[in-house]
Design a protein around this ligand. Structure first.
Ligand code: ZN
Ligand code: FE
Length: 256
């Protein structure tokens, strides 16, 4: 099966909306449409007919375009069954462990609460693509608006167990500021220093730092390293439970 053709649309201040086309069927999904016009325009420019919306969570910068795009295209809206009341226009409710078929491409659904209580992620295994909304960012993770550190650490631990070649299509370009924070807690990490240099050169020429590679995140993202003895030691919590280390790193980021 051919891999998904994935396009990235930068909208609002720092959001990414994605268009993903399954070439054999022509099915096209919009992932987390924050807005309407830029999405419809890009689909039209590409000659792609939008058949689905995939939502990760209920925040306005992820579902803001749902109803108008549905009205304009007749597409089907897929979203978290755990949170269906907050997903405008939802047609298909998916839950942890469900699979969803976009044409001939299958996505596995993960329930990843923490940023919100109903957050899900879509993993297109055969395309090595993870759409994770605001759960995992490059060198960061989402704020704990509706969840606990325990929930978020469990969610992130599931995502970081995905294959190292997985491309992480997260919903925001936050990497530069994430790196400034990460260096404040994990300055001795050579992988983080390498990623910092790479991000600096990408941003210097106006390029995006997303998607990023799971292997790089595993090595350099402090929120995935709460179980690494070096990081626990660096924040003065050697030997402590990873959940406690994660909670402390998240707390420091909140006030950074
Ligand atoms: Zn959000
Ligand atoms: Fe967001």
């Amino acid at each position: 099966m051919a891999a998904l053709d994935i396009r990235q649309i930068p909208v609002l201040k720092d959001n990414f909306v994605y268009l993903a086309r399954e070439p054999a069927s022509g099915a096209v999904a919009v992932v987390d449409p924050a807005v309407v016009e830029p999405v419809l325009e890009e689909a039209q420019r590409l000659g792609w007919k939008i058949t689905h919306i995939l939502n990760t969570h209920h925040h306005g910068d992820h579902v803001g375009g749902n109803l108008e795009i549905k009205a304009a295209t007749g597409c089907t809206i897929v979203g978290p069954g755990h949170d269906s009341a907050r997903i405008p226009g939802i047609d298909i409710e998916v839950r942890d462990g469900d699979s969803f078929a976009l044409g001939y491409a299958n996505a596995e659904v993960f329930f990843v609460p923490g940023h919100t209580s109903g957050h899900i992620a879509y993993w297109f295994k055969d395309s090595a693509a993870l759409f994770c909304g605001d759960t995992l960012f490059s060198i960061g993770c989402g704020r704990l608006f509706e969840g606990t550190a325990q929930q978020m650490w469990t969610s992130l631990s599931r995502l970081k167990a995905l294959p190292p070649q997985t491309q992480i299509y997260c919903a925001h370009e936050y990497t530069e500021s994430n790196i400034r924070f990460a260096l404040s807690v994990d300055a001795g990490n050579a992988a983080l220093q390498r990623r910092a240099a790479e991000v600096r050169s990408l941003r210097a020429v106006g390029k995006y730092t997303v998607p990023s590679l799971m292997s790089d995140e595993r090595a350099a993202n402090p929120f995935l390293r709460a179980d690494a003895p070096e990081l626990a030691a660096a924040v003065g919590m050697a030997g402590r439970d990873p959940v406690d280390v994660f909670a402390e790193v998240r707390r420091r980021k909140d006030v950074f």
